[in-house]
Design a protein around this ligand. Structure first.
Ligand SMILES: Nc1ncnc2c1ncn2[C@@H]1O[C@H](COP(=O)(O)OP(=O)(O)OP(=O)(O)O)[C@@H](O)[C@H]1O
Ligand SMILES: [Mg+2]
Length: 263
């Protein structure tokens, strides 16, 4: 496990040689009214790496992702994407950076009133206007094939199983060829077999696209499968960060309790 100081030193070193981590979060604080949600979170993720963020319900995992995407602003601390602090960007610059970030929200993964095809085409229509209709349509087919959903173009989200909806959400997240992928509970609510299939898909996508990924999950098994590193949050802080084996070796009471309840 690294201390915040070690992480900060590494960040400075990597920025000097031009290899800033794709995502670097430092000492992030966020409250809603009198409720402190994040209380000094620091994390860094490089390209090719997957970090699983674990923690009980209500610990601020989704809030953390929203801050990284720039949908909300921290009270203090910083979010740097490829070395650029989001706080210093105007809306156009933020939009540009966000285009290279694929995300799958915890709820409402898809637009209910659009077909599968229209859902995946949505980012292309808004951000790849130069592409012709047939190029866009070809790209949508390619993306859906990649997530194992070829042949479901005309279906509505309500006609799909939960696992299929997540697959389509992943295809949409990948539409603009992101170098950062943020997934909020991609296996929540799925049966174990469908969850394992999504894990395999996330691993395959990661191997093929070499992104910097953060996957928020309650599911320790899933985290162990897809992530290089795990970060466990509690009461607004990172309690421990490391490999699954490092978490298993920890004698921190909260870590032991969390692993015990999740296995
Ligand atoms: N926009 C908001 N306004 C007020 N409170 C909020 C807002 N967003 C989040 N919160 C509060 O922040 C806390 C953390 O929420 P968050 O959704 O990040 O939890 P989580 O760790 O993702 O939980 P879960 O595992 O259930 O998805 C919750 O108590 C929530 O009510
Ligand atoms: Mg959440």
């Amino acid at each position: 496990m690294e201390t915040i100081d070690q992480v900060a030193v590494k960040r400075e070193e990597s920025e000097k040689d031009g290899t800033a981590p794709a995502i670097a979060v430092e000492d992030l604080h966020k409250s809603f009214g009198s409720q402190k949600v994040l209380n000094g979170i620091s994390l860094a993720v490089k390209r090719g790496e997957t970090l699983a963020v674990l923690g009980r319900s209500g610990t601020g995992k989704s809030v953390l992702l929203r801050l990284i995407i720039g949908l909300e602003k921290p009270d203090s601390g910083s979010v740097r994407i490829h070395g650029r602090d989001l706080a210093g960007l105007d809306l156009d610059q933020l939009g540009e950076i966000r285009m290279k970030m694929g995300f799958l929200f915890q709820h409402a993964a898809l637009y209910d009133s659009l077909t599968v095809e229209q859902n995946v085409a949505f980012p292309l229509q808004h951000h790849k206007k130069e592409a012709s209709k047939s190029e866009q349509s070809e790209r949508v087919r390619q993306l859906l094939a990649e997530v194992g959903m070829a042949g479901h173009l005309e279906k509505m989200p309500s006609d799909l199983s939960g696992g299929m909806q997540k697959r389509v959400g992943l295809a949409r997240a990948l539409a603009l060829d992101p170098d950062i992928l943020l997934l909020d509970e991609p296996t929540a609510g799925l049966d174990p077999i469908s969850a394992a299939e999504i894990d395999d898909l996330v691993l395959k996508l990661q191997a093929e696209h070499h992104m910097a990924s953060i996957v928020v999950t309650h599911d320790l098994h899933s985290a162990k499968t897809i992530a290089n590193r795990l970060a466990l949050l509690n009461e607004g802080n990172v309690v421990i960060e490391g490999s699954f084996e490092e978490l298993q070796r920890s004698d921190i009471a909260f870590v032991r309790e969390f692993l015990g309840h999740s296995s």
